[in-house]
Design a protein around this ligand. Structure first.
Ligand SMILES: NC(=O)c1ccc[n+]([C@@H]2O[C@H](COP(=O)([O-])OP(=O)(O)OC[C@H]3O[C@@H](n4cnc5c(N)ncnc54)[C@H](O)[C@@H]3O)[C@@H](O)[C@H]2O)c1
Length: 466
C-alpha cells in the first residue's frame, strides 16, 4: 500500500505545509548494497587500525560530506573517557550526508567491568580502603577494583544511550547503531556487520545494539554459494523477499508455504530458481514431514528462516481458544518443533544459521494482540536461549524483530493504527519487506559467524518498546 502522506510531504507544496504544521517529512531512504560517501574511522580502540584498512579508500574526499562514521570506543572505561564521544561526534554532527551512518563499537558491559586494568591493578585506593598492614574494616583493595569495574560497565552501557539518541536526533535518514564486541571477538568478525550497517541494506535498521563475539563455526565472506536455505511463509510479503535476497547471494532456496498459497509460492520459487514445498506448519506431523522432505531431497539445510506467521487479533476478553492456539502454534510452536527435528536429524551442518522472525509487538505488547505478542516475545526468548546451546555445533541463532512493514498484513489495519505505525519511528515511515530480508541476509552470511543470540529490530527505531 502506497504511503500517500510521505509522497505529499516530499512534494514542493506539501513540504512547506507539513513543515509549517510541525509534522515529520519522511526522508527518502537509500537502499541497496552501496556505502554512500566517505567513511571516517575515529577513536583509539583495538579495532580502529583494522577497520581503517577496510574503508580507508573511502576517506580520501577531504571536503565531502560524511557517508559513515565508525567510532571505535572499545577501550573507553571512565566517565572522563566518555568525553571522546562529544569531542569526535559534536564537531561533525552537521557534516553527514542524508542517509549517513554512525556506528559506535564498544565492549560488552559485563566484560568491560572485568577487563584490565581494574582487576589486575587496583592501584589507587578508594576512600575507606584498608591500607597495607591495617586490619581496619572497610573496602579492600579487591573491592576497589570491583567498584571501578562498575564504572567501566556504566561507560559501556552509556554508549547505548549516546547511539540511540544520535539515531533519534540526526534525521534525514541517518541511522546510528552500537556494535558490542566481545573481548574474544576478532576484528575480522566485525566485517560483515560493518558492511551491512554502513550500506543501504540497513536503511530501516536504526538505534540497534548488535553483539559480535568470536566466530561460531566456519566463517567466510558474504556469499551463500552452494548453500541450501529454507524460508517458511515464502509465498508473499516478507518471506518472498527473503527468498529473493538469499537466492541473490547464491543460495538454493526451498520456499515453503501452505497448499492454499500454491500458485504464488510456485511463482516465487520459479523467480528465485528454487523449489516450492507446500506444507501447513500447523499440522501435527509438520516438523517430521519437513525434516524428511529436506533430508531426502537435499541431505542438509544450511540456513533456516522461520518467517511464516499469522495474526488473529482480538482483545483477550473476546478471544476464542483456537485464535490463541493457532497463533502460538504457527508463530512459536512450529519454529521450535521444526528446529528441534532438524537438529535431532543432524540436518543443519556447522556454519548453519537459524533465524527467527519476532516482532516489535512482541517486545512492547499491543492491544488486541495478546496471542501474537506472546508468540513473538517467545521467539526472541527462544533464539537467545538456543544460541549458546547450538554454538558447539557451529550454528548461530538470531532473530529479527520487524516494526511496521508495508505488507498485506499491515495493509488490513485500520487507517489510524496504520498511520500511527508508519509515523511513530525515527524515520517517520514504514519499512519495506526488503529491509527485513536484507537484515536476514546479513545474519545468514558465512562471515557473520560471530553474530549469534541477537534480536535485531528492523523498525526505523520505533518508539514502541525498549
Ligand atoms: N508486516 C509486518 O509489519 C510485520 C511486523 C512484524 C513481524 N512480522 C512478521 O513477519 C513475518 C512475515 O510477515 P508478512 O507481513 O510477510 O505476512 P504475510 O501474511 O504477508 O505472509 C506470511 C506467510 O506465511 C504463510 N503461512 C501462514 N501460516 C502458515 C502455516 N501454517 N504454514 C506455512 N506457511 C504459513 C502465509 O501463507 C503467508 O504466505 C511473520 O512472521 C510476521 O509475524 C511482520
Amino acid at each position: 500500500m502506497s504511503d500517500r502522506y510521505a509522497s505529499f510531504a516530499r512534494s514542493a507544496p506539501g513540504h512547506t505545509l507539513v513543515k509549517q504544521l510541525g509534522l515529520p517529512v519522511p526522508p527518502r531512504l537509500r537502499r541497496g548494497p552501496a556505502i554512500d560517501g566517505p567513511v571516517v574511522v575515529a577513536g583509539e580502540g583495538r579495532f580502529a587500525d583494522t577497520v581503517k584498512g577496510w574503508y580507508a579508500g573511502d576517506t580520501e574526499e577531504a571536503d565531502a560530506k560524511i557517508g559513515g562514521l565508525i567510532l571505535d570506543a572499545s577501550t573507553l572505561r571512565t566517565v572522563d573517557d566518555l568525553r571522546a564521544l562529544y569531542d569526535i561526534v559534536q564537531p561533525i554532527a552537521r557534516g553527514f550526508r542524508p542517509g549517513g551512518r554512525v556506528i559506535v563499537i564498544g565492549p560488552t558491559p559485563a566484560e568491560a567491568a572485568d577487563a584490565q586494568p581494574w582487576n589486575a591493578q587496583p592501584a589507587s585506593a578508594l576512600p575507606g580502603d584498608a591500607q597495607p598492614g591495617e586490619e581496619a574494616p572497610g573496602i579492600t583493595g579487591a573491592d576497589s577494583a570491583g567498584i571501578r569495574g562498575a564504572e567501566a560497565a556504566a561507560v559501556a552501557q552509556a554508549l547505548e544511550g549516546f547511539t540511540r539518541s544520535v539515531a533519534k536526533e540526526f534525521g534525514r535518514g541517518i541511522t546510528a547503531q552500537l556494535i558490542r564486541a566481545a573481548a574474544d571477538a576478532h576484528a575480522d568478525g566485525l566485517r560483515t556487520t560493518l558492511d551491512f550497517l554502513l550500506s543501504g541494506r540497513s536503511a530501516y535498521v536504526s538505534g540497534q545494539v548488535v553483539t559480535v563475539g568470536p566466530n561460531i563455526g566456519p566463517a567466510g565472506d558474504a556469499t551463500l554459494d552452494g548453500k541450501v536455505a529454507l524460508v517458511t511463509g515464502a509465498a508473499r510479503g516478507i518471506g518472498a523477499e527473503i527468498a529473493k535476497i538469499l537466492a541473490g547471494k547464491g543460495a538454493q532456496v526451498v520456499c515453503l508455504d501452505v497448499p492454499a498459497a500454491g500458485d504464488s509460492l510456485a511463482a516465487v520459487a520459479n523467480e528465485v530458481r528454487g523449489w516450492a514445498y507446500q506444507v501447513d506448519l500447523s499440522g501435527e506431523d509438520a516438523a517430521a514431514r519437513v525434516t524428511e522432505h529436506l533430508k531426502e531431497r537435499y541431505g542438509h539445510v544450511d540456513v533456516v528462516v522461520h518467517n511464516a506467521g499469522i495474526t488473529r487479533d482480538k482483545t483477550l476478553a473476546n478471544m476464542k481458544p483456537d485464535q490463541w492456539d493457532q497463533v502460538l502454534g504457527v508463530n512459536l510452536g512450529a519454529p521450535i518443533r521444526v528446529t528441534e527435528a532438524f537438529l535431532a536429524a543432524g540436518l543443519i551442518p556447522a556454519g548453519g544459521r537459524v533465524i527467527g522472525v519476532s516482532s516489535v509487538v512482541g517486545l512492547a505488547g499491543n492491544r488486541g494482540q495478546t496471542n501474537y505478542a506472546t508468540s513473538k516475545a517467545g521467539v526472541a526468548g527462544w533464539i537467545r536461549a538456543l544460541a549458546p546451546r547450538i554454538a558447539g555445533r557451529g550454528i548461530t541463532a538470531n532473530a529479527v524483530a520487524p516494526g511496521f512493514i508495508e505488507t498485506a498484513m499491515t495493509a488490513h489495519l485500520p487507517l489510524v493504527v496504520r498511520e500511527g505505525g508508519r509515523r511513530m519511528n525515527s524515520l517517520a515511515q514504514g519499512g519495506l519487506p526488503i529491509d527485513v530480508a536484507e537484515t536476514i541476509g546479513w545474519l545468514a552470511e558465512p562471515g557473520s559467524a560471530g553474530v549469534t543470540g541477537n534480536v535485531v529490530r528492523v523498525c526505523g527505531q520505533q518508539l514502541l518498546g525498549a
